[in-house]
Design a protein. Structure first.
Length: 167
C-alpha cells in the first residue's frame, strides 16, 4: 500500500526504537504484550529473537532494533511485543515485533504524511511507507509487509507461524 492510497484519516500505533518514533497501521495490530520469555530458535537470522506461545499458537518474534541495525539495549519495563498481522509471500501470518515502548494510537490526515525520502541506493528505505508529521517531529510509518516479507524472512517461518527451513 503506497502513500497515495491514504486518502482519509488513518490511525496508527506509534512505538519507539532508540530515540525514533515509528508507526504501523492500527488495523494490522492485533494486540500489545508485555515482554515475555522468548524461546530462541537455532539457525534463524540475528533479528529473529525466537518464538512465544500466544494462546497455543507459535508466534515468531523479531527484534526491531536488530532488524533496523540499531544498537542493542537492555530490556526495560516498557519493552513490549507488538503482535502484527503481515503478508509473507501469499500467506497472512501473525508475528511479534519487539519495541522499546508503545507510545499511543494517533490519527494522521493525508496531508500530514509525506512520501518516504529517496536518499540513495545504499540506504534502504523500502520499508518506509511514509513520514508522518506530528508537530515538529517526524514519525516513520512502516510498510509492515515489506519490513517482514523481505528476502531474509522468506523460509524462516511458513504462513502458519511454524518454523520452516532457515537460510
Amino acid at each position: 500500500m503506497s502513500i497515495s492510497s491514504i486518502s482519509e484519516t488513518t490511525q496508527f500505533l506509534t512505538f519507539t526504537l532508540a530515540d525514533e518514533v515509528f508507526a504501523v497501521e492500527i488495523n494490522r495490530v492485533k494486540e500489545v504484550l508485555e515482554y515475555t520469555t522468548v524461546t530462541r530458535v537455532p539457525h534463524t537470522p540475528a533479528f529473529v529473537c525466537g518464538v512465544i506461545n500466544l494462546r497455543g499458537s507459535v508466534v515468531p518474534v523479531m527484534d526491531m532494533r536488530k532488524k533496523f541495525a540499531l544498537p542493542s539495549t537492555e530490556r526495560t519495563v516498557n519493552t513490549c511485543i507488538i503482535i502484527i498481522e503481515v503478508t509473507i509471500g501469499e500467506k497472512t501470518t501473525v508475528l511479534g515485533a519487539m519495541a522499546d515502548s508503545v507510545k499511543e494510537v494517533m490519527s494522521l490526515e493525508p496531508d500530514q504524511i509525506d512520501a518516504a525520502p529517496r536518499i540513495g541506493a545504499k540506504l534502504r528505505t523500502e520499508f518506509i511507507r511514509g513520514m508522518g508529521k506530528h508537530g515538529e517531529h517526524f514519525i516513520i510509518i512502516l510498510d509492515t509487509d515489506r519490513v517482514f516479507a523481505a528476502e531474509e524472512m522468506e523460509g524462516v517461518f511458513d504462513g502458519s507461524g511454524a518454523q520452516g527451513m532457515a537460510a
